[in-house]
Design a protein around this ligand. Structure first.
Ligand SMILES: [Zn+2]
Length: 271
């Protein structure tokens, strides 16, 4: 078989022994088995497309050993002919399979490590999700408890009665024996100049408004609820209920006693 070189302007030809001193003919990579390498060689040879292209590569196409970086022809580092157009020779990029076994091992180890970390992260995420759900549920139940608590344990007060009151219920009147308007007027009258003298400045008394203190007094007058009962309803101590009630009774006696409720006995004469 006649062997000729397909590279650039090379005239290596097996028919002329003088042209092939120390020359080896290296068969072209076949497009069927290694299309990419074949295409690189075609490009490196730099012949016109009509003369040399991937489709006309067969077992009769060769490149002589003169066109490789190493005198013996292709090596692992330089597997392709040098470009006939004079451009730079490219080293082959080592495929990961061609890397040293050690580096492959280290890559594999890194990969395993990453996978393990990913699994750990996933597990953490899963745990966090469960925890979040748990916290959300706890939050909801705490909200419910707090709503329950605040509505269940509100002390009795003017505001609270008014909030619950309706035209039919007449709650305010029931508790205090007065209509709210009258209650307000009475409170204004009783606190216009002075307020009841409560001797001991207890914390639970101080936190109670005059309005609610008067309410407590009126409720006791109207219904005669016990001290314990009123202490429970107003969330204060029995001692405080007693002190408030006594102070307001004294105060009312002083102020209301000055009002001439009864007409003078002289005006009754003619009745
Ligand atoms: Zn050649």
């Amino acid at each position: 078989m006649v062997k000729t070189c397909s590279w650039g302007t090379c005239n290596s030809d097996s028919r002329f022994p003088e042209r092939i001193v120390d020359v080896r003919f290296i068969p072209f990579p076949k497009p069927k088995t290694n299309w990419e390498k074949c295409a690189r060689w075609v490009k490196a040879c730099g012949r016109p497309h009509s003369q040399l292209n991937v489709t006309n590569i067969d077992r009769h196409k060769f490149v002589c050993s003169k066109h490789f970086v190493k005198p013996d022809g292709p090596t692992e580092e330089y597997p392709d002919p040098v470009p006939a157009d004079g451009s730079k020779v490219k080293k082959s990029r080592p495929h990961w399979r061609q890397r040293s076994p050690l580096s492959v091992l280290s890559v594999a180890a890194e990969l395993t490590d990453l996978q393990q970390r990913l699994v750990a992260c996933k597990e953490q995420l899963h745990q966090q999700k469960i925890l979040n759900e748990h916290l959300l549920a706890e939050n909801e139940s705490l909200k419910k408890i707090s709503a329950h608590t605040s509505s269940d344990f509100l002390p009795l007060s003017v505001d609270m009665i008014l909030k619950q009151d309706t035209e039919d219920k007449k709650l305010f009147e029931y508790y205090s024996s007065l209509k709210y308007d009258t209650f307000v007027k009475l409170l204004q009258f009783l606190t216009a100049e002075d307020t009841p003298k409560i001797q001991r400045k207890r914390k639970d008394i101080l936190s109670m408004t005059n309005e609610n203190q008067l309410l407590l007094t009126l409720i006791r007058l109207r219904h005669n609820f016990g001290l314990k009962d009123l202490a429970f309803r107003f969330c204060i101590s029995q001692q405080a209920v007693s002190e408030i009630f006594n102070a307001w009774i004294d105060h009312m006696f002083l102020l209301l006693g000055t009002i001439p409720i009864w007409p003078h006995h002289d005006s009754n004469k003619f009745m």
